[in-house]
Design a protein around this ligand. Structure first.
Ligand code: CTP
Length: 399
């Protein structure tokens, strides 16, 4: 529920993309938003108020007043109610009027009097979109501080191919969610997060790896982004996908590749959360050809990989946060405390394979956070998303 209790006015204008507004309304409501809809008179030709009223659970507004009893639809009150005015689809005509202060319908009067941020998702034919008049209007609206969800390229209702198709409702909802999360406690901060295993090549078909799924690191990355941060997620091999648009994913395979990306981005980050299960050793040489089976024992000489966390701990500046994980099977506390000190972490997240529901294979985890001042907090068994929330709460105390 990214949008719980957020108040959104959805303005719909007369474009064929208006049919997508039904899906958009449904998704916004599903994410917890309260949605009030304003249609321009032409929008009613493309989508019915009944459909939208049913989906939004609110009366749909179109005219300045009700013809039956003269009741007035106050655009001023509407404007004061909203946290966001989302106009999707926005036609070239409506944008031209918005850019020039024309207010000949309820949507436009609401736009002129609104105090909350405005987000616009244009929809039109590619030639209309490229026309200097439209581009100039978009520039003007941007200069007013209005936020744009750029239209996508592809096949248009006219049959032409080009840029102008309104973005899909899922993408627009993501933009809305990201927009709101920017006002959260970690907005303006950037974090580096490592996740997943690393694979160290033996030959072209074999590697040394581990059972890490990446779930914990990805969950931390998502929570950081939900709290307004930009995230650079450096992930070893994992089947997981990134949901939040504020997360930039770098896929790597080996410890060395993970190190190279971390080294590049750490200085630009406010902190790093080291959730990857990095291989401690790699084959000293990688066989170029596949190693053939023989009757003899086969030895592989292993050499240590680079310790990424320890390296970042050495170069860390005072205003940067560094947090690590310790997955232990025995002497959990003393091992975790040793790592906390050795790698110069500000805090370490300890989980023990002795705890049922903790570790690699599960969707849950049971953690203890130990910080550099020896403050220890134990948490119950929770879903990895909830555990990520606890970790992000701890991160927030440093900023
Ligand atoms: N780590 C890292 N680079 C490595 C090894 C570990 O960044 N080459 C990070 C992990 O992401 C984790 C922390 O260091 O945040 C501790 O990792 P862990 O594997 O538990 O510790 P090691 O130092 O490898 O010690 P050991 O495997 O002997 O327990």
């Amino acid at each position: 529920m990214f949008l719980k209790n957020k108040k959104i006015i959805l303005g719909i204008t007369g474009s064929i993309a208006a049919y997508k507004a039904a899906f958009l309304t449904r998704l916004l409501v599903k994410e917890g938003a309260q949605v009030k809809i304003i249609l321009t008179p032409y929008a009613k030709e493309f989508i019915t108020p009944v459909t939208l009223a049913t989906l939004s659970k609110n009366t749909v507004l179109c005219d300045f007043f009700y013809h039956d009893d003269g009741a007035w639809n106050s655009h001023i009150e509407l404007g004061l109610w909203a946290d966001l005015f989302l106009i999707a689809p926005a036609t070239a005509n409506t944008m031209a009027k918005m850019a020039n202060g024309v207010c000949d319908n309820l949507l436009l009067t609401t736009y002129l009097s609104i105090r909350c941020p405005v987000m616009i998702a244009p929809a039109m034919d590619c030639d209309m979109f490229q026309h200097p008049a439209t581009l100039k209007n978009i520039q003007t609206l941007k200069s007013f501080g209005n936020v744009f969800v750029e239209p996508a390229s592809g096949e248009l209702a006219s049959g032409l191919i080009g840029k102008g198709r309104m973005e899909e409702p899922e993408v627009i909802v993501k933009h809305v969610a990201d927009f709101f999360s920017k006002t959260k406690k970690l907005s303006g901060k950037t974090f580096l997060v490592t996740a997943g295993p690393t694979y160290e090549h033996i030959d072209p078909v074999r590697f040394i790896g581990n059972h890490s799924s990446g779930k914990m690191g990805y969950a931390v990355a998502e929570k950081l982004a939900e709290n307004g941060a930009d995230v650079i997620l450096v992930s070893g091999p994992s089947h997981l996908n990134v949901m939040h648009t504020a997360i930039k994913l770098y896929k790597v395979t080996t410890a060395q590749e993970m190190y190279d990306v971390c080294k590049k981005y750490f200085s630009k980050s406010d902190g790093a959360i080291m959730a990857a299960a990095v291989a401690d050793y790699k084959p000293a040489t990688i066989n170029i050809q596949k190693i053939k089976k023989t009757e003899q024992n086969h030895n592989i000489i292993l050499e240590p990989t680079v310790d990424i966390a320890a390296f970042l701990g050495k170069i860390k500046k005072k205003n940067q946060l560094l947090a690590g994980f310790a997955l232990e099977t025995n002497d959990e506390f003393s091992n975790a405390k040793k790592k906390l000190k050795a790698k110069n972490f500000d805090f370490i997240v300890l989980n023990s394979l002795k705890d049922e529901g903790a570790g690699f294979y599960t969707d849950t985890n049971k953690i203890t956070i130990i910080d550099k001042h020896n403050k220890t907090e134990k948490f119950e068994l929770k879903s990895k998303a909830e555990v990520a929330s606890d970790i992000v709460n701890k991160i927030s105390t440093f900023f």
